[in-house]
Design a protein around this ligand. Structure first.
Ligand SMILES: [Zn+2]
Length: 307
């Protein structure tokens, strides 16, 4: 059995170069994985996703909002909420990204572990875009898992440096989905939503403090929640080099985190679908390397599983 990695060339499209969101990072990540030997690797199965159907989106988003998503908002103020200039091409790539997380979910349920090379758009609300997030792929995937695959309990592990407010809000009344967010206290979103468990850490948090906070909570969460599925948001914006992060994890710290989280999931025998989350750096090579740590760790753990 091979480790499924999900990618579509359409994750990246023509984008204003000065825009603070590094749209080219998905292509850069794919190239980084090629450079690391992932193309002809007998262990890796590359899967190209298709866009989701409307019913898949309607489980997580309101019809009114989906209409605005597809067609663009006539109110310029509302349009600014995503932080993105709306275009039909943006709609198309966003759909591919959500389709990617759905493909990651399906693959994870089949094999035990799968990783997207995009995804983690956790700020999007059922009825609104926010913070570079138009659709909430984690919410769409969680609904899909429950409605189509009969998953009864989901643990969302959100390690992006920003709080997963959209996801927390979406499942605030749903006991089937446990939302866990470990994030920067003084960072976007400035109005936090209550997750089932929030761990807010101060500016300047480094490897040791971060890992100790994670180790304090994650093992007991597996015991408490007893998930049948994990959705893991491996945001790379916890890195010291990130422009929007304010944390001080270094490369080794990132690898340590991915190893710890994925080991916990595999040890508990819980199928895990991972997405890359946030990461903001003008240096695309450095950024791609940070995101690729998720896939490298997944690959090593996959190999050690069959030793
Ligand atoms: Zn983030």
């Amino acid at each position: 059995m091979r480790l499924p990695l999900i990618h579509h060339p359409g994750y990246t499209f023509d984008w204003p170069e000065r825009h603070p969101f590094p749209m080219a990072k998905f292509r850069a990540l794919r190239q980084r994985l090629s450079a690391l030997g992932f193309d002809d690797d007998p262990v890796i199965e590359w899967i190209a996703p298709t866009p989701p159907t409307s019913p898949q989106l309607l489980r997580a988003h309101t019809p009114e909002y989906l209409q605005i998503f597809y067609l663009g908002d006539s109110d310029p103020k509302a349009r600014q909420r995503s932080g993105f200039p709306w275009s039909p091409a943006l709609v198309e790539r966003t759909l591919l990204e959500v389709g990617g997380t759905l493909a990651t979910l399906e693959a994870a349920l089949n094999t035990g572990l799968a990783c997207n090379t995009a995804g983690g758009t956790h700020h999007a609300y059922p009825d609104a875009a926010s913070g570079y997030c138009l659709l909430n792929d984690l919410a769409v995937a969680a609904h899909e898992a429950m409605a189509v695959y009969g998953v009864r309990k989901i643990l969302i592990i959100d390690c992006d440096v920003h709080q997963g407010d959209g996801t927390a809000y979406a499942f605030r009344h749903d006991p089937r989905v446990f939302t866990f967010s470990i994030h920067g206290a003084q960072n976007f979103p400035f109005t936090k939503r209550q997750s089932d468990l929030d761990v807010a850490l101060p500016r300047g948090t480094g490897n040791a403090a971060y890992m100790s906070a994670l180790a304090q909570h994650l093992p007991s969460l597996f015991e408490q929640v007893r998930p049948e599925l994990v959705l893991y948001d491996a945001g790379a914006d916890v890195h010291s080099g990130d422009r929007l992060g304010h944390f001080e994890l270094d490369d080794a710290g990132m690898t340590q985190r991915e190893t710890y989280v994925l080991e916990q999931c595999l040890a508990a025998g819980v199928p895990t679908a991972a997405v890359i989350g946030g990461g903001y750096d003008r240096d695309l090579a450095a950024l791609a390397d940070r995101h690729a740590r998720l896939h490298c760790v997944a690959r090593s753990l996959w190999l050690s599983r069959f030793d």
